[in-house]
Design a protein around this ligand. Structure first.
Ligand SMILES: Cc1cc2nc3c(=O)[nH]c(=O)nc-3n(C[C@H](O)[C@H](O)[C@H](O)COP(=O)(O)OP(=O)(O)OC[C@H]3O[C@@H](n4cnc5c(N)ncnc54)[C@H](O)[C@@H]3O)c2cc1C
Length: 646
């Protein structure tokens, strides 16, 4: 851990072979059999890319070598800790480098300053263990703490079970060393409890999901060891009574844990543990107090009273740490237990505490409406819920309903004044929802920060923010960048060709356009766009529902097709289209003869049956823009938009 804040003097590698030669023997993996394990994280994205190489860095210098190579060649870099992301943040990119920090795990505790300096690959549990040897404690405790890395925790600003009292990861980060997108290694903050010199850049990197820099070392604050907590478990006959109890508890005290599980979660956990949980309860709360012994007893007695007052069916408390730990372990295995019921889409929505009841009962209603199992567990004291939407991956209809429910839950949280992610991060999975959530001004500031620190867009592109065409900033042109810039802004003039997708053969007045009838998505890939001589973008339509759902920009990767499809399904299922389209167009699209409704970044003709119906800006998924597109289409068809919308 003797890094210096400089660009190394080593020559910049411009081929993978040259890069491998700069790294320790065996640090680079290119054999697809070996790189397979690094393609996915716990979000299990079916469209995970195939990396050109995996580098298992052993030092900050290794990281710098990789980033300098990436900057010179325009290669995407996906930083990776332990790969437990639930939002697809460490999913590999086709042709990119997955940069694993798992070998960098030195930990050094300084009991005098009550700090720990650790490399990013150390597990959270290893940092806790090192601190405990000095009678100290590192509080943030994601349920995955025994198998997730501290670097990943910082990059996602992870929360956890005790965060209701002790705060989340960012509250413990004092400093870090970061390799920037140009290969420079910088040092931010340090073992100082107070330091307000300059903008708070340390915090900027916390939660940046590997998109601004690669963390190679971090300085964390430690606190005195936690007192042995007392534990209470209460079951409730209704969701409302449980969430009312949560609100009453948080109004009167700060428990060191306040967790929630609903009936499907309780049953999944009981299936695994056979510990005798009440399968009929609508909900269960697990509460801890780590106040000094006598006061912990007072707090637990008060929680007991509140639970009873709110109509709990049963309440049980213990000061036996092993007994208490058994309930916490049950909560920790809740996600893996539900995962055994099918494929899951894991939500992470949060709301202000008074809206927790509305969120939880709204999720139950969504589960019924879409006829899919949704198991809810929550860091209830933080208003942060994890609804797990469960589906059978072989059942297309159920899969579609699950995706629709997933999107609808996010809409509900936002309607309730909440967030689309409380602790797992935006990743790739939630990226399509971020623009609407942030609004255009805040999104633009996010993008400007990204552009300032990573002008080429090589760091985890497509995570958090939509992938952009940054080819102008790239010193070296990649095939993809070249494709994306060819003839930017030109109108589509290509000859009719035929494309085949999902078994359907469809003709379009466009070259090699993929029209996936099953997904009801029109997609134009970067390569296809290059052939057509345009920068690419596609608008997703649902002809059956007569609507323009959402548009996406900057080239459709398989992943962005998938996310656009999900957004379309959400809009479809909630009957909340961004804008309506004319029945004539719907019919033509449904039958695959209607040509292509697409917008093209830059010059932006929108063609329908060979007729350009619009000259619009990028359709970036904004309802307002979609509405403009829809209006243009309607106008071209001679229909009255207002009449259609009504
Ligand atoms: C069963 C289970 C329970 C979970 N419970 C919780 C919970 O209670 N609370 C919670 O917050 N999360 C939870 N998670 C999610 C996950 O464990 C966290 O998001 C964790 O912080 C990810 O750490 P990781 O090392 O696995 O990171 P990865 O998955 O490898 O990466 C996550 C993100 O961080 C970036 N990244 C990783 N390392 C670095 C680095 N050194 N520099 C820059 N960027 C980097 C990656 O690019 C990616 O965007 C849970 C996951 C599972 C599977």
């Amino acid at each position: 851990m003797n890094d210096t804040s400089s660009v190394t003097d080593a020559p910049v590698a411009t081929t993978l072979e040259e890069l491998a030669a700069q790294l320790p023997a065996g640090a680079m993996l290119t054999d697809p059999v070996k790189t397979e394990a690094y393609r996915r994280d716990r979000a299990e994205d079916p469209n995970a890319g195939v990396p050109a190489a995996v580098v298992r860095a052993t030092s900050a210098e290794d990281v710098q070598a990789v980033v300098r190579y990436a900057a010179a060649t325009g290669t995407p870099v996906v930083p990776r800790g332990a790969g437990t992301s639930l939002s697809g943040g460490s999913t590999a990119i086709d042709g990119g480098i997955s940069l694993s920090l798992d070998r960098m795990r030195e930990i050094r505790v300084d009991p005098v300053t009550r700090t720990v300096v650790t490399q990013p690959g150390a597990f959270n549990a290893e940092v806790k263990e090192a601190a405990a040897q000095h009678g100290l404690w590192y509080p943030p405790d994601p349920a995955s703490f025994t198998f997730c890395s501290i670097g990943g925790n910082i990059a996602t600003n992870a929360g956890g079970l005790c965060c209701v009292k002790y705060g989340v990861t960012t509250d413990y980060v004092l400093g870090m060393k970061v390799v920037l997108a140009d290969g420079r290694l910088i040092e931010l903050g340090g073992p100082r409890l107070k330091d307000v010199a300059g903008l708070s850049l340390t915090k900027l990197f916390v939660g940046s999901e590997g998109t601004l820099g690669i963390i190679t070392e971090v300085t964390l604050r430690l606190v005195p060891a936690q007192r042995t907590p007392q534990t209470l478990v209460a079951t409730f006959p209704t969701l409302d009574s449980a969430t009312a109890a949560v609100l009453a508890i948080t109004q009167s005290m700060r428990p060191s844990m306040l967790e929630f599980m609903d009936r499907p979660t309780i049953n999944a956990v009981e299936d695994e543990t056979k510990m005798g949980l009440d399968r009929d309860s609508a909900a269960m709360l697990i509460v801890q107090s780590d106040e000094p012994a006598e006061h912990a007893g007072v707090e637990i007695a008060e929680v007991t009273r509140i639970c009873e007052e709110n109509g709990c069916s049963e309440v049980f408390s213990t000061d036996d740490p092993d007994e208490g730990e058994a309930f916490i372990a049950a909560r920790r295995i809740a996600i893996p237990a539900v995962e055994k019921k099918g494929t899951i889409l894991l939500e992470d929505v949060g709301v202000p505490l008074p809206r927790l009841g509305a969120l939880v009962s709204g999720i139950e209603a969504i589960s019924q409406e879409f006829d899919v199992l949704v198991a809810v567990m929550a860091h209830a004291g933080d208003g942060n819920t994890h609804p797990l939407v469960v589906f059978d991956p072989t059942d297309q209809d159920q899969r579609d309903r699950a995706h629709a429910a997933y999107g609808r839950i996010m809409d509900l949280a936002v309607e309730l004044g909440g967030t689309i992610t409380g602790e797992h991060g935006v990743g790739r999975l939630k990226q399509p929802w971020l623009p609407d959530y942030l609004g255009s001004d805040v999104l633009e500031i996010n993008q400007r920060v990204k552009d300032a620190l990573d002008p080429q867009g090589i760091l985890n592109p497509g995570v958090l923010l939509a992938q952009r065409d940054t080819s102008a900033a790239a010193p070296t042109t990649t095939p993809a960048a070249a494709a994306a810039t060819t003839g930017a802004g030109a109108a589509v003039t290509a000859e009719p060709t035929t494309a085949s997708a999902t078994g359907e053969t469809v003709s379009f007045a466009q070259p090699t356009i993929t029209y996936d009838l099953a997904a009801r998505a029109v997609a134009l890939t970067i390569e296809e766009g290059a052939k057509a001589g345009v920068r690419t973008c596609a608008t997703v339509v649902d002809p059956a529902l007569q609507m323009v759902a959402y548009g996406r920009t900057d080239g459709m990767t398989p992943h962005s097709v998938e996310t656009s499809r999900r957004k379309a399904q959400t809009a479809a299922s909630t009957r909340r289209p961004s804008a309506l389209i004319a029945p004539e167009l719907s019919q033509k699209l449904e039958h695959g003869t209607g040509g292509l409704l697409t917008s093209i970044a830059g010059g932006v003709p929108i063609a329908f049956d060979g007729v350009v119906v619009g000259g619009l800006g990028v359709a970036g998924g904004k309802p307002a823009e979609d509405a403009v597109i829809a209006d243009a289409v309607l106008a071209a068809l001679g229909a009255d938009p207002a009449e259609q919308a009504s």
